[in-house]
Design a protein around this ligand. Structure first.
Ligand code: TXA
Ligand code: MG
Length: 335
């Protein structure tokens, strides 16, 4: 059921009731839509994992209502709040930043994937905030897509992916940013970026007045940032802008239905190539990225040739997502 709640609060009241009885509510955030369950309800969390199709060892982020004091806000969730976490939270919340901190006693294992850390964030989206304030607790929410697939950035995407398996979808329109939150692990001696995302690393470095390590590959702190991730059905191939024409021609000659995800100007391309309408400015590209990947599937593309933006600012997160989408599943697909 999709509910738009621009006016009135009926949808929100229903959403809170669903959460309280251990049900699932999909809701918009500024990054992507989340699939929410009461972060204190073990049955709710178990259903969340079942619907998502995600291994129970993979932790989920706890979404919290905006509040003036970070320490007070995090007290039920975090054993301690390191100074770097406090500085980042003070500067960035509400906003697309997830902090990993040591978990407080009593945080369900279903939230933490059995780890001794918990991911927390305060989303910057009015409808999400109204839901969280009204609920008055933490809402555990992964992106509202099935495991391994592209994250949803509209209520319609959620419906297309999860139809029937979610009790209520709050429709807040398209997500403002379009790629997931940046995750910073604050549990070690120095904070480390473990997922590139909506808040550029440069921005966080300016807040902390120090360079930040980025560890987003290999056996890292955030399970779910393994190689194959965010994948459409089409095979994604990353190419340089100058390779686009020849690669497209060769693939078309071999009988493939080819799509191109690259900012203009495009080179001459065979006429039956699907040109996805790719914006040049990187914030617009981030905003459109997951819709473009879905479009490629809708148009029956077999091979999607993608040119990644420069890896700075928000471009780092977009390039990261395209690289993961391009990685063929080997043993396991994430998220
Ligand atoms: O923007 C976002 O962060 C969106 C919206 C809905 O808030 N959420 C999202 O959740 O992207 P999800 O579950 O799709 O990705 C969260 C990532 C996963 O890779 C998960 O493993 C990692 O965060 N994560 C969460 N808690 C963690 C923890 N305690 N330790 C390590 N990694 C954690
Ligand atoms: Mg996800």
């Amino acid at each position: 059921m999709i509910r738009a709640v621009d006016n009135g609060t009926g949808g929100l009241d229903d959403a809170v009731a669903v959460l309280r009885r251990g049900g699932l509510v999909a809701f918009p955030t500024e990054t992507v839509y989340g699939l929410g369950a009461d972060a204190r309800s073990r049955p709710g969390l178990r259903r969340l994992y079942a619907v998502k199709g995600r291994p129970t060892t993979h932790p989920v982020i706890v979404h919290l209502p905006a509040a003036s004091g970070v320490d007070e806000l995090l007290a039920p969730w975090a054993a301690t709040v390191p100074s770097a976490a406090r500085a980042l939270a003070d500067a960035c919340w509400p906003g697309p930043l997830t902090l990993l901190v040591r978990r407080a006693a009593g945080v369900p294992d279903e939230v933490t994937g059995g780890r001794d850390t918990v991911g927390v964030r305060v989303p910057d989206q009015p409808l999400a905030q109204r839901l969280l304030q009204r609920f008055g607790g933490g809402v555990a929410a992964p992106s509202a897509n099935r495991f391994g697939r592209v994250s949803p950035t509209t209520a319609e995407h959620v419906r297309a992916d999860l139809d029937g398996d979610v009790d209520l979808v709050l429709d807040g329109g398209p997500c403002r940013v379009g790629v997931e939150s940046t995750i910073v692990d604050c549990t070690g001696d120095a904070p480390v970026v473990v997922r590139l995302g909506a808040l550029p690393r440069e921005h966080l470095e300016a807040i902390l007045e120090r360079p930040l390590d980025v560890r987003v590959d290999g056996a890292i702190a955030a399970p779910g940032t393994l190689a194959s991730h965010y994948a459409p059905h089409a095979r994604v191939v990353l190419v340089g802008a100058d390779e686009l024409g020849p690669r497209a021609e060769a693939l078309v000659a071999a009988g493939a239905h080819v799509g191109v995800l690259a900012a203009p100007p495009l080179p001459a391309l065979p006429s039956d190539v699907e040109r996805l309408d790719t914006p040049g400015p990187v914030d617009q590209l981030a905003h459109e990225l997951y819709t473009l990947l879905r479009d490629a599937d809708r148009r029956g593309v077999d091979v999607l040739l993608a040119v990644a933006p420069a890896r700075r600012g928000l471009g780092a997160a977009v390039a990261d997502r395209l690289t993961r989408a391009a990685c063929q599943p080997t043993t396991e697909r994430e998220q």
